[in-house]
Write a protein that binds this ligand. Sequence first.
Ligand SMILES: Nc1ncnc2c1ncn2[C@@H]1O[C@H](COP(=O)(O)OP(=O)(O)OP(=O)(O)O)[C@@H](O)[C@H]1O
Length: 262
Amino acid sequence: MREVLRVEDVHVVRDGKPILQEVSLTVRAGEHWALLGANGAGKSTLLRLLGALVHPTRGTVEVLGRRLGRVDLRELRAQVGHVDPRHPLTASLRVRDVVLTGLTNSVAPLPRWRPTEEQRDRAFRLIGILGLGDLADARWPTLSQGQRGRTLIARALMPAPRLLLLDEPATGLDLPGREQLIDALDALRRGHPTLATVLVTHHLEELPPGTSHAMLLREGRVLAQGPAPRVLTGDQVGKCFDLLLVLERHDGRWTVRIRGRA
Ligand SMILES: Nc1ncnc2c1ncn2[C@@H]1O[C@H](COP(=O)(O)OP(=O)(O)OP(=O)(O)O)[C@@H](O)[C@H]1O
């Protein structure tokens, strides 16, 4: 399968402090990565690199075959779906209009921009896939956190990106909300077999069954990476969080039990 992301020996230093060190990663079309690590491990910083939001201090990052530093970051960014739970929208937009802003890569609709019939149809299709069919006309301030999260995923998918980045998409969701999100992500992956995703989380319980690969980050370094069944073991995830863990997988989903401190 085609490469969507290639990170080679990347270092990120901020205020003289190393935040990422010797990080390498290749993500191919159709792969679904989980990026795990304790608070401050560097997950969001790596996701921001993958989303062409920042440059590495050293090393190379290729997003959709284009090397950061050689291309216009803004243009590249528009081709990557990035779901940020801190989306700065405050206006009272309807769900369908929020989803359409994914095409203009803006928080609010641009003044003279009008979607085509085809674009409107695509927005409704995505709203349906994300389980929001009944809420297409609902307004942003009236949505629950889970409904907002799914709206933002539909928004990120509007330009048909080959890469979708999700930063802790289940934060703040109740159990039904989390399960709806996981179902929606799996439906999405089945419907778009070449889409690649990278999902940042602290909680293994939040990983969709379709998760194919995982990377464990610890203090800015890669502790383990590769196919999910090989990486997501009690031993390795335990090392990542300094805990003794028992990790089990049933019907594609993971559960964790803590046995003590490592
Ligand atoms: N611009 C910056 N300047 C200085 N330090 C920074 C900057 N951005 C991030 N850091 C530091 O880098 C480390 C990694 O941050 P990052 O947000 O990538 O971690 P994370 O794994 O996503 O954490 P969390 O799970 O808490 O969201 C943290 O110690 C953070 O304080």
